[in-house]
Design a protein around this ligand. Structure first.
Ligand code: COA
Length: 212
């Protein structure tokens, strides 16, 4: 009996699978009004500090076309049960210093706070550190974004610096700080070694997902 392939043979461009999702490269042809509608949700607009309005299909297409899929990549996280695109992740690589900056939006409202990025984070960071041999994974969080802060700190990132009053918040007109987080390869390995129970608990978020 042959082992299950790491990369799906039936879904082109798939870079990774997790228990409930597959992750594949996005192209401008993936643009849709449904993706555009994500940006009309208050949680998305606030999380990204973006204007709260739906993007047109053409705006989404232009946005997706802005990624070169080399140093600046954009991937989609899809529900395996129905091929629904639930999240978009951007990875900006600096090969000279072997660093990647991650950004993510879980745009499908029913899928937020269900454990989607928790389920993806272990295989994704193993890919970055062990397969791609990166040295550092970085992320930023507005001080008002409690979910992303809890995610970063709950999965072993360290807050290295805070830029005070970095961003003017569109919704409130107040300034928010920007926290700069990172994790080295060794910190990731140490966190994994110390967090086996956590990893087992976040590995499969099926029980929290909405019906297909
Ligand atoms: C922020 C965002 C990307 C998080 O993705 P998500 O799939 O909803 O998050 P998950 O459910 O996988 O996990 C986040 C959770 O990790 C939790 N967490 C951290 N370690 C954990 C652990 N070991 N076990 C359980 N939960 C843990 C946090 O408490 C947070 O919980 P919350 O949902 O109750 O706030 C998503 O909510 C989103 O797109 N928000 C709008 C846009 C945005 O803010 N993007 C980020 C810009 S930097």
């Amino acid at each position: 009996m042959s082992a299950q392939p790491a990369v799906s043979l039936t879904r082109p461009q798939v870079v990774m699978e997790t228990p409930n999702f597959y992750i594949r490269r996005l192209s401008p042809d993936d643009a849709s009004e449904r993706i555009g509608s994500w940006f009309a949700q208050s949680e998305v607009a606030e999380g990204l500090n973006a204007e709260q309005r739906p993007l047109s299909r053409d705006e989404v297409r232009n946005w997706l076309a802005s990624f070169d899929q080399q140093a600046n990549r954009v991937n989609g996280i899809f529900d395996k049960r129905n091929d629904l695109l639930v999240a978009i992740a951007n990875s900006q690589f600096n090969w000279d210093i072997r660093r990647v900056l991650m950004n993510i939006v879980v745009g499908e409202e029913a899928y937020r706070h269900c454990g989607v990025i928790l389920e993806a984070c272990v295989p994704v960071r193993d890919l970055y550190f062990e397969d791609m041999k990166l040295s550092l994974v970085t992320g930023t969080a507005l001080s008002t974004n409690r979910t992303i802060i809890a995610f970063l700190e709950g999965t072993g990132f360290t807050r290295r610096e805070t830029v005070k009053n970095h961003r003017l918040l569109r919704r409130t007109g107040a300034y928010a700080d920007l926290h700069l987080y990172s994790q080295t390869a060794q910190e990731w390995r140490d966190w994994k070694a110390a967090s086996q129970e956590t990893i087992a608990a976040i590995r499969d978020c099926a029980a929290r997902l909405p019906p297909a």
